[in-house]
Design a binder for this molecule. Sequence first.
Ligand SMILES: [Zn+2]
Length: 438
Amino acid sequence: MIRCGLIWSMLFVLATTAVAQETGWKAGFSRVVITPEKPMWMSGYGGRTHAAEGKVHDLYARAAALQDAGGKPVVMVSLDLVGVPKVMAERVSAAAKAKHKLERADLMFCCSHTHCGPALDQTLTHMLDMKDEDWQQVMANQKWLDARVTEAIDTAMADLKPARVATGVGNCGFASNRRPPIGTGPIDHEVPVLRVLSADGSKVRGVIFGYACHNTVLGFYQWCGDYAGFAQLYLEERHPGATALFFSGCGADQNPLPRRKVELAEQYGRMLALSVDKVLATEMSPVSGAVSTRFREIPLEFSAIPTREELAKTAESTDRYQRTRAKLFLKDVDAGKPLSPTYPYPVQVWKLGNVNWVALGGEVVVDYSLRLKRELGQGQTWVTGYANDVMAYIPSERVLVEGGYEGDSSMIVYMQPSKWKAGLEDQIVATVKELTKP
Ligand SMILES: [Zn+2]
């Protein structure tokens, strides 16, 4: 019996090795808790007046390491946070380069844009009405967060094992275009899915999925990953041992409606998870060949830079956000640091099997994913927003002309000098196309 068992396990190992050699890919996963250890200020809404009061569930940093047959690894990080501070991406990338020789292009930092996560260093922080000690706590927590994200990457890299990787696309319908008249504008209901099975194909080890909708069912004082948090937890429960990583699509002008109840966040999370599960059970496209990665920062221009006189005048404004922004800029100008007429905007592309996975910084409106899919190939193009740096809204040319929050006034809470200059959509799309060239 023992000998028989031994032969069977040897056959299993041989079969597993054969499959692993066939696909050549390896994958590793990790999940670490990033719920703040002490009550602190939350991010996403400027109207909050005090720190968090508890939690619905924990917030996580999750990492997925994928390595192609040639031995090139890439790591996608998914964060239950409102944004990805540029400073954090840079600090964590430096550590990943030193430890794992990962280049900047090999790392993709994504976030769920939950508005029930902690305040971050240099991302929407100035919209909060905080005291000095609150600021110090945010900076200390950011250091801890950086260390946790680095730990997530290290653990995922250490977990690399032979795996089967495949992609597919599903559909989920709860996002509505939020610009007036609400519910009538463009939407993107596709759900891109990357599935990682164990080498023998018997077990789901990980799943990466995206959706283009603001993660803002909730806006209260409890830590929560919102609908995306519920979707990840639901998939991890359905597939014991698996790690589920969410990324935000181009959902800057999309809202989950109706909203503001925990039950609704749970319901949308379950709807999204079920859409993913449906794809997992279908015939998906196997990923083989090599992964290629590109990353570039392009100078996006602002439409106008205020003069010192204009700033001095706005610093007296009765509007707290306008006043805060003007004072911040005045400090820089008076310290001999003139305002930059451009912002270094991050554009990233991973070629994974037959998929061009595009990752754009900022809160990107839906027009970008619809256009990129149309021009680069439907079903073969995934567009992630809120990636690598969340510095502002990224309106399309249409939304920029229309104005409103996404096209113009949100630049105030993001502490940017003015709205973007016309031409940004073509500049971003042209860069993506260049980066997808072989
Ligand atoms: Zn937003």
